[in-house]
Design a protein around this ligand. Structure first.
Ligand code: NAG
Length: 450
């Protein structure tokens, strides 16, 4: 007689050993009031979505933009069968670091695949993301956008992901932060392959214009603070608030899917409240050879001011300064009819902007800046990414958008790029060597980091 012995079969999403996972190191500065800073050693981890996922005999669980029907007939079986593997950061993904500097290259022709863009998170240790509470604090970094054309977005932002990537909340997730699991943002993306430790295989539809991506039934939602979305022609900073705490797997109408005509019906504010100097009336500020010359690196300072000036106070303002050539350059002043002439994001700025531009005010409805402050208390993870836009060609950042509105209408023109620019097939073939370099990250009390 034979007994069937289950040899420690882990019924969960595990990790492969084909490629060792060595996180590129990235140091950053923790500053104190007065301006003295301590170097902190950290590292970055590649998001799990970019990684090879295979079964124990190295058969692909996901190939191109489709799941294996045999290994992944349903979410649980798929997670049980599949492993997420380590990443060759430079060879496969074009990600390199040195000291306090991180470079992301757009298109990388690796031995097995052509990789497009990347998304990495700052780690505190091998299995935990670095958590930040930004209230009453200042976050500063230097960025080189000189090699980012229209349609590209070198982004630095915060989202409220789980510190461990979801392993303690979801026992089926054994990969965790070490393998970059647990991503979420305010667009409630449906293209995340594993959410809450389960494969997003149900209703999976490959994207018609993206040979690597598809969309599943569930989305991964959470509050997002876009400190930096930019190329050499346009830049914006934008808070987006969700009415859920931390990472939340949405299903159906709560995802707020634009395609279903439900953009404002979900748990997140997808539009956000953006400050883009060009859109706010100053078209000679950010660009090659302009007041801030994007041909050179620039230091970006973002201050999260509270009403009473304490760490526990209500978040009331997000200020921006730039430093270039040893000079501090204040953010541009709003120059839009019907709006006050401030130069920062406040609830009043958002309300005035939504009404001047005729935009839906989902930002206020989802909680405004005080809502964002509550998400900050919950803890935020730092994301650095380089991407092109398969939905609307990044026109919302650097061109005329919506494209069917007259450019003369307030709020429609966001940057100097042509409406025909930014198609992924064009930018990937014409600018594969594009890159963004982030360096010298600093965090501390207001006015301590620059
Ligand atoms: C744009 O902003 C900069 C910085 O605040 C300022 O020096 C410049 O005069 C502004 N230009 C216009 C046309 O408003």
């Amino acid at each position: 007689m034979f007994a069937i012995v289950l040899l420690g079969l882990t019924r969960s999403l595990g990790t492969g050993t084909n490629q060792a996972e060595n996180h590129p190191s990235l140091s950053w500065q923790n500053c104190r009031s007065g301006g003295s800073c301590t170097q902190t050693s950290g590292s970055v981890v590649l998001d799990s979505n970019w990684r090879w996922t295979h079964d124990s005999s190295l058969t692909n669980c996901y190939d191109g933009n489709e799941w294996s029907s045999s290994l992944c007939p349903d979410p649980k079986t798929c997670s049980d069968n599949c492993l997420i593997d380590g990443a060759d950061y430079s060879g496969t993904y074009g990600i390199t670091s040195s000291g306090n500097s991180l470079k992301l290259v757009f298109v990388t022709n690796g031995p097995y695949s052509t990789n497009i863009g990347s998304r990495v998170y700052l780690l505190k240790d091998e299995s935990h993301y670095q958590i930040f509470d930004l209230k009453n604090k200042e976050f500063t970094f230097t960025v080189d956008d000189s090699n980012l054309d229209c349609g590209l977005n070198g982004a630095l932002y915060f989202v409220s992901m789980d510190e461990d990537g979801g392993t303690s909340r979801f026992s089926s997730n054994k990969a965790g932060a070490k393998y970059g699991t647990g991503y979420c943002d305010a667009q409630c993306p449906h293209d995340i392959k594993f959410i809450n430790g389960e494969a997003n295989v149900e209703n999976w539809k490959p994207q018609t214009n993206d040979e690597n991506a598809g969309n599943g039934r569930y989305g991964a939602c959470c509050t997002e603070m876009d400190i930096w979305e930019a190329n050499k022609y346009a830049t914006a900073y934008t808070p987006h608030i969700c009415t859920v705490n931390g990472e939340y797997r949405c299903d159906g109408s709560e995802c707020g899917d634009t395609d279903s005509g439900n953009r404002y019906g979900g748990v997140c504010d997808k539009d956000g409240c953006d400050f883009n100097s060009y859109r706010m009336g100053n078209t000679s500020f950010w660009g090659p050879g302009l007041i801030i010359d994007t041909g050179k690196p620039v230091t970006v300072v973002t201050q999260f001011v509270t009403k009473d000036g304490t760490d526990n106070g209500q978040l009331s303002e997000i200020r921006r300064k730039y430093v270039q050539g040893g000079k501090v350059i204040e953010n541009t002043v709003v120059n839009i009819a019907g709006m006050s002439s401030g130069n920062s994001i406040t609830d009043d700025f958002c309300n005035e902007q939504k009404s001047a531009f005729g935009d839906t005010n989902d930002f206020e409805k989802k909680g405004g800046l005080s809502g964002l402050g509550k998400a900050f208390d919950y803890g935020m993870v730092l994301v650095l990414s380089l991407w092109d836009d398969h939905q609307v060609n990044m026109l919302w950042l650097d061109s005329i958008y919506p494209t069917d509105q007259p450019a003369s209408q307030p709020g429609v023109k966001r940057g100097p790029c042509a409406t025909s620019s930014g198609a992924p097939s064009d930018v990937e073939s014409q600018h594969p060597d594009s890159s963004v370099t982030f360096s010298d990250i600093r965090f501390g009390p207001i006015d301590s980091t620059y």
